[in-house]
Design a protein around this ligand. Structure first.
Ligand SMILES: [Zn+2]
Length: 57
């Protein structure tokens, strides 16, 4: 499993996303950002940051 913690990219948020692959984690992180933080679309820099924060769970 892959894991991404929302707070690792600077949100004051306890959200944790877990998925089978980096791509799926990224997809779910984007969805979480939209629903929880009102971020319509992640820009390239944010995507890169999220990728760098995804770790093995
Ligand atoms: Zn969050």
């Amino acid at each position: 499993m892959k894991e991404f913690r929302c707070r690792d990219v600077g949100f004051d948020c306890s959200g944790v996303i877990r998925a089978d692959s980096d791509e799926e984690t990224l997809k779910q992180a984007a969805e979480h950002a939209r629903q929880a933080h009102g971020v319509a679309e992640l820009d390239d820099g944010t995507v890169q940051t999220i990728r760098s924060k995804i770790r093995q769970a």
